[in-house]
Design a protein around this ligand. Structure first.
Ligand code: REL
Length: 852
């Protein structure tokens, strides 16, 4: 037993980098069997938590879906069958007996947060029953154990929300042994349903009669299957606690920790204020009215597990006052905590709370405002997936720690993005890794819009929050394969994963809402045609896979893979046709009219693609989920309906050309992956190099250079690890060298392309780096010190920060470009030396490699 304890402690304390594989399809001696012929019963202690019973009944359904046979649910162990025993270590007597008999050991599970252990115990002798124990340290731990088993048996967490096909099997085996799942890396891991009109609200109205407990129960189940535990509910016209009294009760039963969004304090929604608030939403004028309103929020919360949002913003998610009223906000927080103490009858420190440093609220923090140490500081991104502030390395720890509020969807400037998933998980990983490395491990919550079609990034976000040791810069792209396997099975996964990866790369170049006929250049490098061609190829590949699938896979495949590709290929075709129409019309070329007809056909096709999603897939189950408008933006706010872009018409009698075509360059073919060191040469007046294809990497100061695959607008990116280590500039500080050969000389511009990382430590210089060519002294540059909306708009719209510096080349020929690392967190994608003129175009130019 001592050895068992020592062994299990070792496993327990070690972070686990790999998902623990427990289910096998290979029969082996002593393995616990789940099959039609040998179907175990599912046992729970009738007195154990409601969620344990719920998880057991869901496992019953899951096993039936996978094997075709429904296991029995029992509360007694006097059965002749093998048993799956599910319970919490504190609430399941059978588990306690097995522990007393030294058949299982879970002393170390007690008191843990959401940990669980699965143990397969063979029958002691012939005819005696085998047992599979799923023991949770608490109710969520037990539920996670059950859903981990379901997932490994072949039931995706998205089986309902995306019709993911069940990976049926006749038998599954859990080899004898102990499978450990320690507490998650991040304590609270959740999603925010937001910006939910027209899609989610239209869908819920039709399918559930509103945003009520019927849809929330589906969501709670999904969250647990994804090992999440936290939710900010829909709040556009919706009030979780007020709309349906079953909502909060069921959330608590399901073990979902509830909050309200960053600007809805004290567990009361904005809608409740609209419905019941008395007086103005202004603490200087209506302190009593607001206190009364908030007191009710905490009273309604009761003992339901919650995280209370503190502070206050202006009504309707607006800044509260002009400038920063620190004293006022400090008073509000103090008063709110007094309410919490009075209503709960416990010190405020015993109720989890957060203060969100969203938009202008961060200024209060930067100007010195602090909240009590037990309150979690919820740091935020810029609504575009770029984290704004992180604790400085070495800053004293806070009892309430730090969290991140992140976005996969947004309503606001420079433009809403609500339609499709455009989030590249390489960047999500890089930003959330940066956060975790800076000690942000208390709350991770992400705005997911309508929930669909964010299935993939939601899975990644919650998976990574659950176990931050699992994903890193070397294996991040394997997430696509793992995810595709869970949805479509092993055989199809590699091909589907490749499609998903390419999609993420292309879709994240620019939000579709920001695309128009002028985004890509028609002439420079034939960029627009090139981009359209890439989408067409991807669409053809995705359709070829679709044609090889069985009917059972097709609904899920359309939702998760094919739809966004068809929709975005079509949208690019539309804007390309508009661009061609305009360009040819300026030349009075009659062919402009043909392109106008094409554009109209693509505009129509856009609706047809949405109609297919809404009406045809899964028998119309997702009707309205694709109601979001996305063509015809004139400002940041969405158009009420899609609007066909304006076209030009060339009257036949005014045409002066019929056959002239645009002057374009030949389609650019990306170079094959380098087998040896790249040699860069000047072409068309510039020399371009991918940051990751350096000639030499110089390490030092205990930092190393690592590639982040797929993070770039047109490829990979490079950064330094550890991401918390900055260095001072010296001859030995870490740098990358690129050998280039130019034909030009004299004054040149070096353009460096970066991921749009923000000034996370509020440094007056911004995050620093330096560049030099040949023997000149390195020029120190700040990546992101600019703090104005105009520049930031360009960063997020272009999904890049491009910096430039001037250099002098004494002669044509060989030169060495050096990029010096100073601050961590900077992700470099591309360098371009412009010897003769600017390299225009939306995408960075392709590498100018030597032909030799
Ligand atoms: O994306 C955000 O965080 C905010 O714009 C939203 O939280 C906000 O509540 C908006 O949907 C409406 O008020």
């Amino acid at each position: 037993m001592k050895r068992l304890i020592a062994f299990s402690f070792l496993l327990w304390s070690a972070p686990y980098a790999m998902a623990q594989q427990m289910v096998s399809t290979r029969q082996q001696p002593g393995a616990f069997t789940i099959s039609a012929a040998n179907m175990p019963a599912i046992y729970t202690d009738a007195q154990d938590d409601w969620l344990v019973q719920k998880a057991a009944s869901l496992l019953q359904q899951d096993i039936e879906q996978v094997t075709g046979t429904k296991p029995e649910l029992v509360h007694s162990r006097t059965t002749v069958k093998n048993l799956i025993i599910i319970g919490t270590v504190t609430g399941c007597k059978a588990l306690q007996q097995l522990h007393a008999q030294k058949q299982v050991e879970f002393t170390d599970l007690k008191g843990q947060w959401e940990a669980f252990r699965v143990q397969a115990i063979p029958g002691a002798g012939k005819g005696s029953n085998a047992t599979l124990v799923i023991a949770g340290s608490d109710k969520r731990g037990a539920a996670y154990g059950v859903f981990e088993l379901s997932r490994q048996l072949g039931l995706s967490p998205w089986y309902w929300w995306a019709d993911a096909p069940v990976q049926k099997k006749t038998a599954a085996y859990i080899p004898k042994g102990i499978y450990q799942f320690p507490s998650p890396s991040v304590k609270y891991r959740g999603i925010f349903i937001n910006d939910e009109a027209p899609a989610f609200s239209g869908w819920t109205r039709e399918k559930f009669g509103g945003v009520n407990h019927l849809v929330y129960e589906k969501m709670f189940e999904l969250l647990l299957r994804l090992k999440g535990n936290y939710l900010w509910p829909a709040m556009w016209g919706n009030a979780f606690n007020d709309d349906d009294t079953l909502n909060p009760i069921l959330a608590d039963k399901w073990g979902i920790v509830m909050g309200t969004s960053h600007h809805e304090p004290m567990q009361r929604s904005q809608q409740e204020w609209k419905r019941y608030g008395k007086g103005e939403w202004d603490y200087t004028k209506n302190e009593a009215g607001l206190k009364q309103f908030w007191t009710k929020g905490i009273a309604n919360m009761g003992t339901h597990e919650s995280i209370v949002t503190l502070g206050m913003r202006g009504d309707g998610d607006m800044p509260m006052t002009k400038g920063t009223a620190t004293q006022l906000l400090e008073k509000i927080v103090t008063d709110q905590r007094n309410i919490i103490t009075t209503v709960t009858g416990k010190p405020a420190t015993q109720t989890p709370q957060l203060w969100a440093l969203y938009k202008e609220v961060q200024d209060y923090y930067d100007e010195g405002m602090r909240v009590p140490d037990d309150v979690t500081l919820l740091l935020c991104d810029d609504n575009w997936g770029n984290i704004r502030r992180l604790p400085k390395p070495g800053e004293p720890k806070r009892a309430g720690g730090y969290g991140i509020y992140y976005h996969f969807d947004y309503v606001g400037g420079p433009r809403n993005y609500k339609w499709l998933n455009t989030n590249n998980i390489s960047r999500v990983w890089e930003q959330m890794h940066l956060a975790y490395a800076h000690g942000v491990d208390q709350i991770w919550i992400v705005n997911v819009g309508d929930l669909k079609p964010m299935e993939l990034p939601i899975s990644f976000f919650l998976d990574y929050a659950y176990n931050t040791h699992r994903w890193n810069e070397d294996n991040i792209e394997q997430f696509y394969t793992q995810w595709a396997t869970e949805q479509f099975g092993h055989a199809k996964a590699p091909a589907i994963a490749a499609i998903l990866k390419t999609y993420a790369h292309y879709a994240s170049r620019r939000k579709p809402e920001l695309l128009d006929a002028s985004t890509y250049s028609l002439t420079v490098r034939n960029e627009f045609a090139q981009v359209v061609q890439e989408w067409t190829t991807l669409r053809q590949q995705a359709e070829a896979i679709n044609n090889s699938l069985t009917a059972a896979d097709k609904d899920a495949y359309f939702q998760l893979v094919l739809h966004p590709i068809q929709a975005l290929e079509n949208l690019h075709q539309l804007y390309y046709a508009v661009a061609m129409n305009k360009q040819l019309a300026t030349q009075k070329n009659i062919l402009a009219n043909q392109w106008a007809e094409k554009a109209k056909a693509f505009y129509l096709a856009d609706s047809l693609i949405s109609v297919k999603y809404n009406k045809e897939i899964a028998g119309g189950k997702w009707n309205h989920m694709m109601d979001q408008t996305h063509i015809g933006y004139r400002s940041w706010q969405e158009p009420r309906r899609n609007i066909m872009p304006a076209l030009d018409d060339v009257a036949p009698d005014s045409a002066i050309a019929t056959t002239a075509v645009l002057k374009t360059q030949p389609l650019y073919t990306p170079p094959a992956a380098p087998t040896e060191k790249a040699v860069y040469v000047e072409k068309d007046g510039y020399t371009a190099m991918s940051a990751t294809r350096y000639t030499r990497a110089v390490t030092g100061n205990n930092v190393e250079w690592k590639t982040i695959p797929g993070i770039g607008k047109n490829g990979d990116g490079i950064t330094t690890f550890p991401v918390t280590t900055s260095v001072n500039l010296s001859a030995t500080s870490p740098h990358l060298e690129y050998d280039i050969y130019t034909t030009g000389k004299d004054s040149v511009t070096l353009r460096t392309w970066f991921s749009p990382t923000l000034n996370i430590h509020h440094a007056p210089t911004g995050l620093r780096f330096a560049v030099s060519i040949d023997d000149e002294a390195p020029q120190l540059l700040g990546l992101n010190k600019e703090d104005n909306t105009g520049i930031w708009n360009a960063w997020v719209a272009n999904n890049n920060i491009v910096k430039q510096s001037r250099h002098y080349l004494a002669a044509p020929g060989k030169h060495i470009v050096r990029y010096w690392m100073l601050d961590a967190g900077v992700v470099l994608q591309k360098l371009v030396v412009e010897t003769a003129g600017r390299t225009e175009g939306y995408l960075p130019p392709p590498d100018t490699l030597s032909d030799k």
